[in-house]
Design a protein around this ligand. Structure first.
Ligand code: AMP
Length: 552
């Protein structure tokens, strides 16, 4: 298939904000596409080259892309950067400068979808010394072959900025529409394979019966079941009656797939983290007593062997990010796993088995060790017992409790009312904005992240405590960019110093000790609650208040 056919479809999808219209365009396109191309197209439509759970990534930064566009177009990098800023989109900038480039180079080839995919896959395989140059060679080759709108979309895909507003939901609905199959069947197959492209190809070739045959397979990640919230344990007891209370361990969810001696680990976002946790791989290999299984748990970074006090999430995050010399960081940051569910045992999926039975199965197939444990649980309908258990979880320095419905099945990918979390409500902080950073790509003309600070009334100084990039709509980004423009003190590259004037009320997941910021603390996942235009910079919260909250 000519790549141009696909980019014209991209253009059509980009031209409408209506979900139904997007669905119709994609359905029609998938309906007339060759079977073998369908998985590729489903990835491309979502701006990806690989399925969501693949470890592979393109790893091309904006700067490198600007260099490529500059070489191919014969225009200076500064000029390209100017266009990116003006148009707010590197893809559009590439399209513009390449369309006006002197037509001295003949297009080296006509691009088709498979070529582009192959080039990008090869690009992703490159690593180590000299890989940037090799990556550039692939990109330049694609860009100099690109015609019309092709360059724009190639650039956007490589930078991960396609943003056609096509998520899983729209692709799912398009499959339903194109091949006239029930949405529940498509959804079921998707949750079991985490790969809509494969689902679409199966439907196209074998229809509903093909879909029905899709089943779980150790090695292929499954979308996890998500939790809802309850305000407190008493509310949980009132609403659910007898239920299972488990410690809500403060770590990262892991899905452990075992088949014979092979073990694969996935995170909640279906990232493959097998290499990062050799001790868990070994434990699963040696202490899961069946030939094949898929089990779930929470990995927690602990203080040391023998002291299970959880460490801050950032330590676990170091383990997750570390791809080389694992042994070193493994010694420094030991981990344990607390297992809480089983989804598959020896060829049978256990999704419709009630939770209380799944828990029994889990205990049966696991030989627990110091670091490979079954989550602590208490089944009760008594509010006092539930409350005690909650306090016990907090005293162990974990986040709170999970409350689980005893007779509930496991519903992959859904936030159904089968499990709930209860954790203390975090107080928000009022913080002063003292810096900001320009956004990238489509958001290049807006301030993308804000540097936040507390106020020290004694010294009159502002001490930084974190950077906030989320919680803002496009409209707010635009509005706040205008607002802050008048307070810019200095600009260096992407970074701005802002005169302390505006207060943001900020929520966050956690406060951590950190050398990164002046205050000695950092907020984890800060997000904007609202702008406090009723407050001035002197009204911002102090370091003392942060320390008080931390103590609590
Ligand atoms: P949240 O991420 O706040 O929505 O809370 C749900 C998350 O809590 C799950 O995705 C797990 O990563 C984590 N978790 C910790 N302990 C448990 C447990 N015992 N059962 C289920 N989830 C748990």
């Amino acid at each position: 298939m000519r790549f141009k056919e696909l980019t014209d479809v991209f253009e059509k999808i980009d031209g409408t904000s209506k979900r139904l219209e997007k669905t119709d365009i994609i359905a029609e396109f998938l309906g007339k596409t060759d079977d073998y191309l369908i998985p590729t197209l489903c990835n491309f439509l979502q701006g990806r080259v690989f399925p969501l759970w693949s470890e592979r990534e393109l790893g091309v930064a904006q700067k490198l892309m600007v260099k490529c566009i500059s070489t191919v177009s014969g225009r200076a990098e500064k000029e390209i950067e100017g266009e990116v800023k003006n148009l707010g989109d590197t893809g559009a900038a590439a399209e513009k400068v390449l369309l006006t480039k002197k037509q001295t180079t003949l297009y080296s080839r006509t691009l088709n979808v498979e070529d582009v995919e192959n080039s990008l896959k090869r690009l992703a395989d490159l690593g180590g010394k000299g890989s940037q140059d090799k990556k550039m060679a692939y990109i330049k080759e694609l860009l100099s072959s690109a015609e019309g709108n092709e360059a724009k979309f190639i650039v956007r895909i490589i930078l991960g900025e396609l943003r056609l507003g096509v998520g899983d939901g729209i692709v799912r609905d398009s499959i339903v529409k194109a091949f006239e199959v029930p949405v529940e069947e498509v959804e079921r197959a998707y949750y079991l394979t985490s790969d809509l492209g494969e689902v679409a190809r199966t439907v196209k070739i074998n229809g509903v019966s093909g879909l029905k045959e899709i089943s779980m397979e150790p090695g292929r990640p499954i979308k996890v079941m998500l939790a809802q919230k309850k305000q407190g344990v008493r509310e949980a007891v009132e609403d659910l009656g007898e239920a299972a209370y488990e410690i809500k361990y403060d770590g990262a969810r892991v899905q452990i797939h075992k088949k014979g001696d092979e073990v694969v680990l996935y995170t909640r976002r279906l990232e493959n983290v097998t290499d990062q946790f050799p001790e868990i791989v070994n434990a699963a290999r040696d202490h899961v007593k069946v030939a094949a299984a898929i089990i779930e748990g929470e990995i927690v970074a602990i203080t040391m062997m023998g002291d299970r006090t959880p460490r801050p999430f950032q330590d676990l995050s170091r383990r997750i990010k570390r791809k080389y010399n694992i042994g070193e960081v493994q010694k420094k940051i030991p981990v344990e796993v607390n297992l809480f569910d089983v989804l598959y045992i020896d060829g049978e999926n256990t999704l419709s088995t009630p939770f209380s039975e799944r828990r029994k199965l889990l205990k049966k197939i696991i030989d627990a060790t110091a670091i490979f444990r079954v989550a602590e649980q208490k089944v009760t309908a008594n509010p006092d017992i539930a409350e005690n258990f909650y306090n016990h979880a907090l005293s162990m320095k974990h986040e709170g409790v999970m409350v689980k419905v005893l007779n509930a099945p496991y519903k992959p990918g859904s936030r159904v009312g089968y499990m709930y979390k209860v954790k203390p409500i975090m107080e928000t902080l009022d913080l002063v904005v003292v810096g900001a950073t320009w956004g990238e790509g489509r958001r290049a003309n807006w301030l993308g992240s804000y540097l936040l600070a507390v106020f020290d009334a004694n010294t009159g100084e502002f001490q930084t405590i974190g950077r906030m990039a989320t919680g803002l709509s496009d409209q707010q980004l635009e509005e706040y960019t205008e607002l802050f423009k008048q307070y810019i003190i200095r600009e260096s590259g992407q970074d701005l110093s802002i005169k302390p004037h505006i207060i943001f009320e900020v929520a966050y997941e956690e406060i951590q000790k950190s050398p990164t910021y002046d205050s000695g603390y950092a907020l984890r996942f800060p997000r904007l609650v609202r702008l406090r235009d009723d407050k001035g910079p002197q009204d911002a919260d102090s370091l003392e208040r942060v320390e008080e909250i931390l103590k609590k």
